[in-house]
Design a protein around this ligand. Structure first.
Ligand code: CS2
Ligand code: MG
Length: 404
């Protein structure tokens, strides 16, 4: 079998997605997700101009060799653009390999280790009544765990909080130019423990609750928040402090037993090395799309398993159904599965990317279709072209830019 074509499809059915479609001389095709929120065209160009021409003529069954060739052959290694491009190729080749074998991808990854994949959903509110309504909605959808994000008194817009309950998830992150959000760490640290106290009082002690601090705290502030949240027994506190400086988590870990999840912005195992070997975190958060594909992510999970750390693949609305499908195949197969984030998609997105994976009663299953189980409706994709869209920027009250 030989690759005869590799093309990049950029579409925007409510938000931008970048998809790689590889076609072989035997007519078998494979899809890969290359979506990098706010920098989509950089990855599309990397694939279209530098990778696709190199794929034509190679044997698509050489998944590992192709990955290693793209990683080492580029010379300039790592980084979100490079690893998203490599991820798209990796997933498309796994898709082809599994289709050629007539098997769903998870069967090539060791088969099922569980019956279905547990998820968590997003609940947010500008105030407690809105938040409680959102929690009730996610519970009604069957989510077994819920991420809680709240407005902060005195702040106009805060990460993860809709401007009104009926705005689409995409509204949170998609604006034609970066929206400037405001931030006040002291106000946040005062308020968040009161939110979790209220949620526990309303919904009881058992509901698994998660919270995303979204890289905004110093290690000492993260330690304080982790300690303040201990009475509410969180499932995890996510991205409590920017972790490029992995050693920073030593301070946090010394002061709190609140479980920690980190890694959605990480794209190679080196970003995790200290965090994993010193057990400074409890969950690794990278997505198939941003970590170079299924091949390296399964290796990361095996590495993490040696340190009792579990998977928690990133699954917001800016991971396309192609990336989500690949994730759910991995989720079903790996032993140290933790949880899968699933924010859902717009109805149009489900039409553009028809997928075999199902979301039922708060749980995902990849389905039994050969490959990753996704079909791209290219005509509908073409009808919704790329729209310039950027992530917000965060600024403190004095105007200083801050982590978003
Ligand atoms: C968030 C993401 O889902 C999460 O945990 O951190 O929604 C993140 O803000 C977006 O993926 C950024 O594109
Ligand atoms: Mg996050």
């Amino acid at each position: 079998m030989k690759i005869v074509d590799a093309k990049v499809v950029v579409t925007s059915p409510g938000r931008n997605f970048v998809t790689l479609k590889i076609t072989t001389d035997e007519g078998v095709t494979g899809l890969g997700d290359a979506t990098l929120n706010g920098r989509e065209l950089a990855v599309a160009a990397y694939l279209r101009d530098h990778v696709a021409p190199l794929l034509v003529g190679i044997d698509p069954h050489r998944v590992e060799d192709t990955w290693q060739s793209l990683y080492r052959g580029a010379y300039w290694r790592r980084g979100p653009v490079t690893m998203a491009a490599i991820a798209a190729v990796d997933v498309a080749l796994w898709d082809i390999k599994a289709k050629a074998a007539g098997l769903p991808l998870y069967q090539l990854l060791g088969g099922a280790s569980r019956e279905r994949v547990g998820t968590y959903g997003h609940a947010d509110g500008r105030d407690l009544p809105e938040l409680f309504d959102a929690i009730r909605s996610r519970l009604a959808e069957g989510y077994p765990a819920i991420r809680i994000q709240s407005g902060i008194p005195g702040l106009k817009t805060v990460y993860g909080v809709h401007s009104s309950p009926d705005h689409a998830e995409a509204e949170l992150h998609q604006q034609a130019r970066p929206v400037v959000e405001d931030w006040d760490t002291a106000a946040y640290l005062r308020h968040i423990p009161t939110v979790f106290e209220a949620v526990r009082n309303e919904f009881g002690p058992e509901l698994p609750l998660l919270h995303d601090a979204h890289h905004r705290l110093t290690p000492a502030q993260a330690a304080q928040l982790g300690k303040d949240l201990e009475p509410y027994r969180l499932f995890w506190l996510e991205d409590c402090t920017p972790a490029e400086n992995q050693e920073a988590l030593r301070l946090v870990r010394r002061h709190t037993t609140t479980p920690l999840a980190i890694g959605e912005v990480f794209n190679t195992v080196y970003d995790y090395q200290t965090l994993i070997t010193e057990q400074l975190i409890d969950y690794v958060r990278s997505a198939v799309t941003h970590f170079g594909g299924v091949s390296p992510l399964r290796k990361l999970f095996d590495f993490a398993a040696q340190y009792q750390i579990k998977s928690a693949i990133h699954g917001p609305e800016d991971i396309s159904p192609v990336g989500m499908a690949a994730a759910v195949h991995l989720d079903l197969a790996v032993h140290n599965f933790g949880i899968q984030e699933y924010a859902g998609y717009t109805p149009l997105t489900h039409e553009v990317f028809r997928h075999a994976f199902t979301f039922t009663d708060g749980h995902l299953h990849p389905g039994e279709a050969p490959g990753i189980g996704v079909e791209l409706n290219e005509e509908l994709a073409a009808a919704h072209p790329y729209e310039a869209a950027y992530l917000p920027v965060n600024r403190l009250r004095d105007g200083s830019v801050h982590d978003w």
